[in-house]
Ligand binder design. Structure first.
Ligand code: UD1
Ligand code: UDP
Length: 364
């Protein structure tokens, strides 16, 4: 009989990086994948899944407006545990570093169902950056049975924290599988010009909230001084983020503030971009996969491979310094060309296949 694998996820980035895993598991003769959505996100989750056409079995639909982290965790834990029981899960797979990731892993652990972690082993080394994602990763890895590490560096982190070597598989990043698929299929949003340099911008991280308004004000200045560039900023639906970034940027002619994009559109936009300005995790991997330089508004990254390879640069999150460095990068064509020509350190587009093969062996 096939082993039933429940993939539990709930936010945009998890959906994008787990959809290819679902599709790879569905091709296996030995495994039966089933998707359980926590619904930590609503619109952004639907927009992430639509291009992949993957079915979900249940949606716990936990999201509320301006949800707090403790309340969210308290809603997910008992419902996820009951769903795993109800779905008769033989095994649970979680992804990444959100509250859904950790709480779903904990729920499975309490139900005595073994858990595998996709994108295991990433570490920034600081519990406050990114917050609370670094804690979510560490806590999730403490509960897991099997670890799918995207890189050798992630594997080394897991071994350092005591994971058994036989339970750690280096697979590559499933974000690479996702972006290579979506950038071929996706269609550019209407208002992106055909000519001229485009910068895609996303900012939403919790630890950046105190400086978000100031970052946006300085970005407005950078944009006004560079009329030949178009900035496309799909603004996260979190009202805290909207309140900080929309007022300073809304009157700037060459900044297009747009609603969150369906993943195919986003992939096409990224592929069209000359540069990405972001504090996201996934965009670091996607830029590296598409040969688009990424400037990251963070002090540390749990994805150091892109920085070491040269396609990602860390700006820090002190607004004046970060935006001065960003402006200098925009004006430095030779540097942008050098960054864009780096080999992708995150994978080759076959991570999901490797995860399916490793899981088949583990459960044989
Ligand atoms: C969450 C994750 C973060 C991840 C990010 C990806 C945690 C603690 N945080 O942060 O790691 O990088 O998702 O985007 O798990 N909202 C909507 N519709 C949506 C999504 C969000 O309206 O589709 C609004 C709601 O008001 C919600 C708020 O955004 O309460 C915050 O959502 P939440 O998932 O708690 O935090 P994020 O900042 O999205
Ligand atoms: N993304 C998207 N539409 C958008 C903005 C982002 O599809 O409007 C995708 C992006 O390409 C990446 C993922 O969402 O794959 C990143 O998610 P997010 O920034 O929400 O989370 P993080 O990576 O910071 O955890």
């Amino acid at each position: 009989m096939k082993k039933r694998i429940v993939l539990a996820f709930g936010t945009r980035p998890e959906a994008i990086k787990m959809a290819p895993v679902y599709l790879a598991l569905a091709r296996s003769g030995a495994l039966e994948p089933v998707i359980l959505l926590t619904g930590q996100h609503r619109t952004q989750l639907e927009q992430a899944l639509s291009i992949f056409g993957v079915p979900h079995e249940r949606n716990l639909d936990v999201m509320t407006e301006r949800q707090t982290l403790p309340e969210l965790a308290a809603r997910i834990l008992p419902q996820a545990a009951a769903a795993f029981r109800g779905l008769k899960a033989d095994y649970v797979l979680v992804h990444g570093d959100t509250l859904t990731t950790f709480v779903s892993a904990w729920a499975a652990f309490l139900e005595r169902i073994p858990v595998g972690h996709v994108e295991a082993g990433l570490r920034s080394g600081s519990m406050s950056e990114p917050f609370p994602e670094e804690a979510n990763r560490v806590l999730t890895d403490a509960l897991c049975d099997t670890f799918f590490a995207p890189t050798e560096g992630a594997r080394a982190n897991l071994l350092k924290s005591g994971a058994a070597p036989a339970r750690v598989f280096v697979t590559g990043q499933t974000a690479v599988d996702a972006i290579l698929f979506a950038s071929k299929k996706g269609v550019l949003p209407d208002d992106v010009p055909e000519r001229g340099p485009v910068a895609t911008v996303t900012l939403h991280r919790r630890e950046n909230w105190p400086v978000l308004n100031e970052l946006a004000r300085r970005l407005a200045g950078v944009a006004r001084a560079r009329a030949e560039w178009t900035f496309v900023f799909p603004v996260h639906l979190n009202p805290v983020v909207r309140e900080a970034v929309v007022p300073p940027l809304s009157g700037v002619g060459n900044v297009k503030l747009v609603e969150p994009l369906e993943y195919g559109c986003m992939a096409a936009l990224l592929a069209r971009s000359r540069l990405i300005l972001t504090d996201s995790g996934g965009l670091q991997e996607e830029g590296a996969s598409l040969g688009v330089p990424v400037a990251v508004v963070r002090n540390v990254t749990e994805r150091p491979e892109g920085v070491e390879a040269g396609i990602v640069t860390l700006l820090g999150n002190e607004p004046e310094r970060a935006m001065t460095e960003f402006a200098a990068l925009m004006d430095d064509e030779p540097r942008l060309d050098r960054m864009a020509s780096v080999k992708n350190p995150y994978g080759d587009g076959r991570a999901s296949e490797r995860i399916a093969a490793a899981l088949e062996r583990r459960l044989a």
